[in-house]
Design a protein around this ligand. Structure first.
Ligand SMILES: C[C@@]1(CC(=O)O)c2cc3[nH]c(cc4nc(cc5[nH]c(cc(n2)[C@H]1CCC(=O)O)[C@@](C)(CC(=O)O)[C@@H]5CCC(=O)O)C(CC(=O)O)=C4CCC(=O)O)c(CCC(=O)O)c3CC(=O)O
Ligand SMILES: NC(=O)C1=CN([C@@H]2O[C@H](COP(=O)(O)OP(=O)(O)OC[C@H]3O[C@@H](n4cnc5c(N)ncnc54)[C@H](O)[C@@H]3O)[C@@H](O)[C@H]2O)C=CC1
Length: 221
């Protein structure tokens, strides 16, 4: 068993290299693009129509050839997704030597990182892993979470961010701030319950919301 440490990493401006051009590579490329990557190079002698289409729209750069030793130079992150175990192993070993983050689609835990099942709702990002024990279960739990956390959560989190900025600049006491923000998060989780309209959260303006939460926090002291 491998123990993992989860982080949310920024990919903007960082070179990501994907080797392989099949269905698995395409899924990983979509994950990278959804995750903010804007410099993605895909290397494969034969790439799927899906990857060709991404290259046509300039979302990725496609190099139609086999992987070569120097291809990882300057990469921040590498995904080895060929159907050749030997090639994937070589990529993983080279990346390791160069200190580059590497995912090996067929080596599971032998790579440097594994990709979780992901649900995005605006800035809310849910990621599920079984560490390679059951990728299918990770996917099923991801689908369950996407039902549980509806699309309105994007807006909910946006409002919470606005509230937090407002609270940060208006409430000097850190304990009071925490009480207000915790209560706002509790309210956010109940939205949708009892027929509440999902498209307006909160009903009040941010300033009024803060005042109400502040008064409630004071009452419960
Ligand atoms: C270790 C890991 C490395 C990595 O790729 O990062 C890995 C490895 C392998 N997957 C294999 C098979 C399958 N993978 C999926 C699906 C997903 N696989 C994903 C991640 C991971 N897969 C990493 C661990 C994540 C974790 O466990 O938490 C997900 C979560 C995310 C993503 O791919 O982006 C995505 C779901 C996305 C979603 O739905 O949300 C399905 C399900 C299906 O197809 O319906 C199957 C068939 C059923 C099954 O095997 O469970 C095989 C065997 C291939 C063979 O048989 O030859 C290997 C190789 C091995 O195990 O050695
Ligand atoms: N991690 C995961 O979620 C999963 C991983 N897998 C594993 O991922 C691997 C890839 O799966 P698929 O995309 O379905 O395979 P695929 O057969 O559709 O595609 C393989 C790709 O690798 C390319 N390739 C082969 N040799 C290469 C080289 N030397 N340099 C560059 N590119 C090369 C081919 O041109 C092709 O584009 C398989 O080995 C499979 O075991 C399979 C299912 C899920």
């Amino acid at each position: 068993m491998t123990i993992y440490y989860p982080i949310m990493v920024k990919l903007r401006g960082k070179l990501c290299v994907v080797i392989g051009g099949g269905a698995v590579a395409a899924r990983k490329v979509h994950g990278l693009l959804d995750g903010g990557a804007d410099r993605v190079i895909v290397i494969a002698p034969a790439a799927s129509a899906e990857l060709q289409a991404l290259a046509d729209t300039r979302c990725i750069q496609l190099l139609q050839r086999e992987y070569r030793e120097g291809d990882l130079r300057d990469a921040f992150l590498v995904i080895a997704a060929t159907n050749n175990r030997h090639v994937n192993e070589g990529i993983a070993a080279t990346a390791d030597k160069l200190g580059i983050l590497v995912n090996a689609a067929d080596l599971g835990e032998e790579g440097g990182f594994v990709t979780p099942s992901v649900v995005r709702r605006g800035e809310l990002l849910l990621a599920v892993t079984t560490g390679g024990a059951s990728p299918a279960l990770a996917g099923i739990i991801g689908k369950e979470l996407s039902r549980q956390f509806g699309t309105h959560f994007g807006e909910v989190v946006e409002r919470l961010r606005l509230l937090r900025a407002h609270v940060m600049s208006n409430i000097p006491d850190s304990e009071q701030r925490a009480a207000i923000l915790r209560q706002a998060a509790v309210e956010a989780m109940t939205i949708g319950d009892e027929g509440e309209r999902r498209d307006t959260f909160p009903r009040e303006r941010i300033e009024e919301w803060m005042m109400r939460l502040q008064q409630a926090a004071e009452r419960s002291r």
